[in-house]
Design a protein around this ligand. Structure first.
Ligand code: F2R
Ligand code: MG
Ligand code: MG
Length: 303
C-alpha cells in the first residue's frame, strides 16, 4: 500500500509535495498507473513466495525467484539489477553482491522487501535475525544494508507480537528500546536514540527537523529509521502512519512500504483503508496473490 501510495512522488522533497499536492491521501497516477506497486513490493512478493515454497530460507531458490519475477518497468535500484544479472549469468548467489560499490550496497533494497521474515518468525527473534541477514546478503552485503533489514524485520516482528485488543496500545518506549538493543552500528544507534527523544520529549520539532535528523534517502540508514519513527508517531492508525511517511518526501515509495509493513503488522488487514485496497493493482501477482501469500505465511508459521 505504502509503495503504491508513494510511487508518484518518489524523489520529491517534502516541501515540494506540500506545494504541489497539499497532502497525499490517496493513490494517484505517477510514472506507473494509479495503484501500481514498484520494485519494493515485487521483491517482497518473491521473498515471500520463496519462504513459502521452501518452507524457510534457500538462497539459491530466493535469488532465482527474484530473477524470474524481475519486471524492469517497476524501477529497481541499479545495484540490485546488476546482482540479479550476474546471478542469471552464472555467478553464485552468495558472492554476487559482495563487491558491489566496493564493499556491498547499503541501499534500502533489502529492508524494503523484508516484512515476510518479520511476520514468519515474529516469535523466534534469533531465527528472525539470522534469516533477515542471509536474505539481505543476496543483494546487499554492506553492514549498513544488512542491519537496516534486520532492524526493519525485528520491528515488524515486535509489532506483530502486540495484542492491541489485550493491551489497548503499543508501548512505544519499550518498542524503541528493544530495537536499540538489537542495533550494533553507530549510524543506527544514534538515530534510534533520536527517535526515542522525538517520541518521548516535547513536541516542538517540525517535519523538517525530523527529516534532517533521520533522513529520507535511498540508503538503508537514511530510510529505515524514518519508517520506524513514522510508525511509532502515528501508531494509532494504519492510514495516518502511511500517509505521514509518504508525505515526508524523498524515497516515498520505500519509506511508505516499510511504514505500512510495520503498521500492518500491528493493525492487521482490517486497518487498511478499503479504498486503498480497491485501488491496488490486482495483476497476476497483485492484490489477491499478495493476500494469499499472507495466509500461506500464517499457515507455514503454525504448521
Ligand atoms: N530505483 C528506484 N527509483 C527510481 C524509479 C524509477 C523512476 N521513477 C522512473 O521514472 O522510471 N527505486 C528503488 O530503488 C531503491 C532501492 O535500491 P536498491 O535495491 O537498494 O539499489 P542499490 O543500487 O543497491 O542502492 C541504491 C543506491 O544507494 C547508493 N549506494 C548503495 N550502496 C552504496 C555504497 N556502498 N557506496 C555508495 N553509494 C551506495 C547508490 O546511489 C545506489 O544506487 C528504492 O528506493 C526502490 O524504490
Ligand atoms: Mg520502488
Ligand atoms: Mg524507493
Amino acid at each position: 500500500m505504502g509503495d503504491a501510495l508513494g510511487m508518484p512522488v518518489e524523489g520529491m522533497p517534502h516541501n515540494e509535495i506540500e506545494q504541489v499536492y497539499g497532502s497525499i491521501k490517496n493513490m494517484m497516477d505517477g510514472w506507473l498507473p494509479k495503484g501500481s506497486y514498484t520494485d519494493d513490493t515485487q521483491l517482497m512478493i518473491g521473498l515471500a513466495e520463496s519462504l513459502i515454497e521452501c518452507r524457510g530460507f534457500s538462497g539459491a531458490h530466493m535469488s532465482r525467484q527474484f530473477i524470474s519475477n524481475f519486471e524492469p518497468h517497476r524501477g529497481y535500484g541499479p545495484g540490485t539489477i546488476r546482482v540479479l544479472n550476474n546471478v542469471k549469468e552464472g555467478q553464485g548467489w552468495h558472492e554476487a553482491a559482495s563487491h558491489l560499490y566496493g564493499g556491498g550496497s547499503y541501499g534500502n533494497g533489502a529492508a524494503m522487501r523484508i516484512a515476510p521474515v518479520g511476520i514468519l518468525y515474529y516469535d523466534q527473534p534469533e531465527k528472525l535475525k539470522q534469516v533477515a541477514e542471509v536474505t539481505s546478503r543476496i543483494t546487499h552485503a554492506h553492514p549498513l544494508g544488512v542491519e537496516g533489514a534486520v532492524l526493519q524485520a525485528t520491528a515488524v516482528g515486535l509489532a506483530a507480537n502486540v495484542d492491541l485488543i489485550e493491551s489497548g496500545t503499543l508501548n512505544k518506549i519499550d518498542f524503541i528500546e528493544q530495537l536499540i538493543a538489537v542495533s550494533t552500528l553507530d549510524e543506527y544507534q544514534t538515530k534510534l536514540d533520536m527517535i526515542k527523544s522525538f517520541i518521548t520529549g516535547p513536541k516542538n520539532h517540525t517535519n523538517n527537523d525530523i527529516i534532517s535528523a533521520l533522513g529520507v534517502g535511498v540508503q538503508a540508514h537514511k530510510s529505515v529509521p524514518m519508517a520506524i519513527y513514522c510508525f511509532l508517531e502515528k501508531c494509532g492508525s494504519y492510514r495516518d502512519a502511511v500517509c505521514y511517511a509518504v508525505n515526508m518526501g524523498g524515497d516515498t515509495d520505500t519509506i511508505g512500504a516499510m511504514t505500512g509493513a510495520l503498521a500492518g503488522a500491528l493493525h492487521g488487514v482490517r486497518g487498511i483503508p478499503e479504498e486503498w485496497l480497491e485501488d491496488l493493482e490486482n495483476s497476476q501477482k497483485g492484490r489477491d496473490h499478495i493476500m494469499k501469500l499472507g495466509e500461506d505465511l500464517y499457515d507455514l508459521h503454525i504448521n
